[in-house]
Design a protein around this ligand. Structure first.
Ligand SMILES: CC(C)(COP(=O)(O)OP(=O)(O)OC[C@H]1O[C@@H](n2cnc3c(N)ncnc32)[C@H](O)[C@@H]1OP(=O)(O)O)[C@@H](O)C(=O)NCCC(=O)NCCS
Length: 170
């Protein structure tokens, strides 16, 4: 049984491990070790995660099975990118499912919960950035009605790549 919960600071250590493991496994074949470490050390430290878990503008949604964290996504209420008109925006930042649990509907559960929260808080558009070559994730987002509306640069260590921006009107 997989349950979805909002993260709290007691999850910081396990969340750190989940963030690092999923990010590293996903990107190790297309990035240098140095760039991955630089990114992970900046964004996936316990200090950074504790600060985010305490931030009312941010919600981490965690999927848990038998007390083990197996997937997460993050909602950001204080960021906007690209042209989103007058719609009140919320960002879906990162969505990672452990490899061994992929294609079991866990990403879908997280997305449904994220959309439910956003709608209940009267947000009007959900947006995200996804690497232009991450076709599986793009297909996943398209399943939920996300559409392209722009692009931005994404910096990973010394590497600068293009993220496509996608949005879904809520
Ligand atoms: C992309 C990801 C979040 C999807 O989560 P998931 O739990 O594996 O996806 P689900 O099982 O909920 O899939 C829901 C639907 O999305 C679509 N989908 C999911 N993964 C897909 C893939 N690899 N290729 C094509 N469509 C996909 C399918 O329509 C799927 O329904 P189906 O299995 O009945 O066909 C997950 O595989 C992942 O963590 N990938 C690595 C990290 C990553 O790239 N994250 C995005 C960074 S922006």
């Amino acid at each position: 049984m997989v349950e979805i919960k909002s993260g709290s600071i007691t999850d910081a250590d396990s969340l750190r491990n989940l963030c690092r493991e999923t990010f590293y496994k996903k990107w190790k074949s297309t990035n240098t070790e140095k760039d991955l470490l630089t990114y992970m050390n900046e964004f996936f430290s316990v200090e950074k995660l504790v600060a985010e878990l305490n931030d009312i503008e941010i919600t981490y949604l965690l999927a848990q099975k038998n007390n083990e964290l197996i997937a997460y996504t993050k909602l950001n209420r204080n960021k906007i990118d690209g042209e989103l008109g007058n719609f009140k925006p919320i960002e879906l930042q990162r969505m990672y499912v452990k490899e061994e649990f992929a294609r079991m509907g866990i990403g879908q559960k997280l997305m449904n919960e994220a959309i439910e929260i956003a709608v209940s808080e009267k947000f009007e558009v959900m947006w995200l950035g996804v690497w232009e070559q991450n076709t599986p994730a793009i297909n996943f987002y398209k399943q939920f009605g996300f559409e392209f509306y722009g692009s931005h640069e994404f910096v990973l260590g010394d590497d600068i790549t293009t993220d496509l921006l996608m949005k879904k009107i809520l």
